[in-house]
Write a protein that binds this ligand. Sequence first.
Ligand code: GLN
Length: 257
Amino acid sequence: MCRHLAHVGPHPVTLASRVTEPAHSLLVQAYAPADMRGGGTVNADGFGVGWLAPSTHPPRAHSYRAPVPMWTDASFLDLATAVESPAFVGAVRSATVGMPVSVGACAPFRDGTRIFSHNGVVRGWPGSLADLAAELDTETLMTLDAPTDSAVLWALVRRHLDAGKDPVDAVLDVVARTLAAAPGSRLNLLLLTTDDAGEPTLVATAVDHALAYRAGPDGVTVASEPLDDDAAWTAVPDLSAVVVRGARATPEVGSLT
Ligand code: GLN
C-alpha cells in the first residue's frame, strides 16, 4: 500500500525536510517501507507532492506528480530542496491491482486551496462505490483524475467541501459511508485545506493502515511511517483521525467509532 505524509507548521520549511532528507523519509519509504501491513513491497508506481504557496492569499495549492519511482526523478529531488511551504502533502504509490499507472492516478490530488491523498484500497471497487459515485455530477465523473478508487474518494470529499461542509466532517462522512458500502476497505485519507485567512486544517485518518504523528516547535507532521527514530513519534490507533486546526495548533486524535 502506498505511503503518504503531511506537514503543517508556523513557518515554511523545504519539502525535502520531510520528503527526501530524513533517515526514513518518504523517498526511503518508496523503496524500503517498514510497515506495509500485507499489501505490496515497494511504492514505485509514481509519487507526488502538493503544497500551499504562502505567497498567495489564500494560499493556493500546487503540485508535482510523476508516474515514476521518486528516486529516479533527479529534477524532483532538486526541486524539493528549493520549494518551501508551511503546509504540504507527499505521497508514493503502489498501484492497487487493476488500477492504471498514470500521472493522474498519483496522489496527491488538488483543487484550488485543497490537497488530498488516499493510502489504501476500496474493496469491491468499482461496483461497491457505484452508489456513492452516483451522487457526483456527470461533469465531475467525466473529469476524474484517473479511473481509481482514490480519485472517486477525492471527488466525494470535494463535493462536500464545495457544499460548505467542514473539512473534518467531509472526510469522516466519506470514510463512514465508504466503509458501509465496501466493508474491509483500507482508508487512510489525508486532507489539507486552508481558509481565506490562510489558516490550514489537516485531517488524517487511520483505517486499517499505519499512521504516526510528531508535534514540535516546527509544526505537526503526520506520516504513514515515522520519518526517523525520534521518540516523539506517536502511533495513531486504528479507526482514529488526527486533526490539526491551524498553523500553530496541537494535534487532536479522536476515535472514528
Ligand atoms: N488504491 C489506490 C491506488 O491504486 C491507493 C494504492 C495504495 O495505497 N497502495 O492508487
